[in-house]
Design a protein around this ligand. Structure first.
Ligand code: HC0
Ligand code: SF4
Length: 572
């Protein structure tokens, strides 16, 4: 242990700890704008300057290791003056359109300016005006607001394994950009939105589709259907001041009705359907010598990553469309026929924790007979904005229920929203189908939790089923390298593009205090596991609406009609 003094308090910290961490362990808050633990520790923003006895200049606490006998002041006159100057210089370069910024009231720079009592920006220097990159279907990049903290660069490269953005040029002309300043839509960006989540300001945001959805809702000719992803219900409440992880399913459904949707369905219904289709596909591949390991195909950021970086694994992907695309396809076929509605007049809106779903819904592979499965995708954040725009008092809404015949779901479906959930849901069904009985032990805990790569061998009948789970595409890449090199082999792999799975998707509420990210992920995941635990039906094949769908419409799992509507194939 290293002995040191911070602001007159004697303390000890393990060797290798930074002064920033040592101070935080004493509840001394040193401000930061670029620091992200284990991801971006670069000392770029200079907000964390501290005074160290005997040192000639102020030091950046986030990259300064503790040393024996060190005496640190975090709040001296010199420190306060330096930080104020640094912050005013950042503000001088930043396009200060706070009132109309997507991050208004959720901006770390704004909060810091308020915390530090900044009431003037004394410097006005040369400014370069950059064109806003609007070409990606998922991500908007506005360099005019960028403060060059480098977090997006680090998360894109180190966590997601994509590395499509970097610093370019020098001095006043320094920017964060793509190679040759191309649009994100023209480089190998996987549209995951993890860069949005770490951006301290509004330089990165989702492509806003609220206007298109309002237009559809105002059009009397259209029959507008909403569906909501598993992970939205345990995060939407945060936008209205409710505790992290609160299940607001009932209020969310009520709010969607108030907004004017004709029907509100549950993507969880289609998650159950995915398990039947994907589970059957897995059993067929294992029994008939098909391509293994089979890899899940429901996370569009992951699919795009596979296409760009691991295209030799494309045939390993399950041919199942992702659940919300399945539901969209059924809305315009099964439901349209049942209700005698012209499918061309049905407009499907998916409410998702994900920015990549915006890209996915526009893919040509995800159409049936020329009609898009899904017409628009809103993130959790956009739905919250629409609810606020409409003047709905979310917290006081009475709980409402999803519409039938695509509104019933099981516990297996709701855990899709967290890493390991699709695997656990699949194992619950595959084990029952292969053993031919209703098994009691259905909590597959080895695939739960936030470890980057999880592995398990599950004994089903005579078969040892080897499975792996990866979340965050960087981890997926590491896992696939091992498979490619013959160091590991599995029957089935679950990949979710975002770290933690959809609970931490690029479209979820912004976590302003980045130190709390892991805790927030745990609480959102716990919210989903609690819902699962409280449900009577916890296996997808027990869902009565799914049984009715096969009996009345689809016929058999993986059959001709199911393939036409619910499956696709991605090629190089
Ligand atoms: Fe997910 Fe999904 S679980 S990808 O994480 O499979 O976005 O929540 O909606 O479609 O169901 C996201 C979440 C979904 C889909 C489902 C899957
Ligand atoms: Fe990188 Fe994902 Fe952001 Fe694209 S969306 S720039 S891949 S972090």
């Amino acid at each position: 242990m290293v002995n040191l003094t911070i602001d007159g308090i004697k303390t000890q910290a393990p060797k290798g700890t930074t002064v920033l961490e040592a101070a935080r362990s004493l509840n001394i808050n040193i401000p930061t704008l670029c620091y992200l633990k284990d991801i971006n520790e670069v000392g770029a923003c200079r907000m964390c300057l501290v005074e160290v006895k005997g040192a000639r200049a102020l030091q950046a606490a986030c990259v300064l290791p503790v040393s024996e006998g060190m005496e640190v002041k975090t709040n001296s006159k010199a420190v306060r003056e330096a930080r104020t100057t640094v912050l005013k210089l950042i503000l001088a370069r930043h396009e200060r359109e706070c009132l109309t910024c997507s991050r208004n009231l959720k901006c770390e720079l704004q909060k810091l300016a308020e915390d530090m009592g900044i009431d003037t920006v004394d410097y006005e220097g040369e400014k370069i005006h950059y064109k806003v990159d609007m070409a990606s279907p998922s991500i908007v990049r506005d360099q005019n607001k960028c403060i060059l903290c480098g977090r997006c660069i680090s998360v894109c490269k180190n966590v997601q394994g994509a590395g499509v953005i970097n610093f370019a040029r020098r001095g006043i002309k320094t920017t964060v950009t793509t190679s040759y300043d191309r649009s994100l839509s023209d480089v190998a960006c996987i549209t995951c939105g993890q860069c949005i989540k770490v951006c301290p300001v509004g330089a990165l945001r989702e492509k806003d589709d609220r206007d298109r959805v309002w237009e559809a809702l105002d059009n009397d000719e259209l029959y507008v259907i909403a569906q909501t992803a598993p992970a939205v219900r345990v995060a939407l409440g945060e936008e209205f001041g409710l505790p992290v992880g609160t299940n607001v399913e009932g209020k969310m459904v009520a709010a969607l009705r108030r907004l004017g949707f004709d029907k509100v369905f549950d993507t969880d219904f289609a998650a159950d359907l995915t398990i039947i289709e994907e589970g059957t596909e897995l059993i067929n591949r294992i029994k008939n010598g098909g391509k293994l390991p089979m890899i899940t195909s429901c996370s569009p950021g992951w699919i795009k990553y596979c296409e760009h970086y691991y295209s030799d694994f494309l045939d390993n992907l399950s041919t199942c469309k992702s659940p919300h695309q399945m539901l969209g396809a059924l809305a315009k076929s099964y439901y349209a026929e049942k209700m005698n509605i012209d499918p061309k007049k049905i407009f499907v809106v998916s409410v998702m924790p994900c920015t990549a779903k915006k890209f996915e819904s526009g893919r040509d592979e995800l159409t049936v007979d020329g009609l898009r499965d899904v017409d628009a995708v809103l993130t959790t954040r956009e739905l919250a904005k629409m609810i606020k725009e409409a003047g709905i008092d979310f917290k006081s809404l009475e709980d409402d229920k999803f519409d039938r015949v695509m509104g019933e779901s099981t516990g297996a479906a709701v855990i899709f929203g967290t890493t390991g959930g699709v695997m656990e849901a699949a194992l619950r069904t595959v084990a029952d189908l292969l053993e031919g009985k209703d098994l009691d032990n259905i909590d597959y805990t080895p695939v739960r939790g936030l470890e980057g790569i999880k592995e398990a061998t599950v004994k089903i009948g005579d078969l040892d089923v080897k499975v792996a789970v990866a979340h965050g595409t960087g981890n997926a890449g590491k896992l696939l390298e091992r498979v490619r090199n013959g160091e590991a082999d599995y029957h089935f792999i679950e990949v979710m593009g975002c770290p933690g799975g959809c609970i931490n998707g690029g479209g979820q509420p912004i976590i302003i205090d980045k130190e709390k990210t892991e805790e927030v992920c745990r609480l959102r995941a716990q919210g989903l596991y609690d819902i699962d635990k409280g449900m009577v039906l916890r296996k997808s094949h027990k869902n009565p609406e799914i049984k009715a769908l096969y009996d009345d419409y689809l016929g058999e799992a993986n059959g001709h009609k199911a393939h036409h509507l619910l499956h696709t194939h991605y090629v190089k």
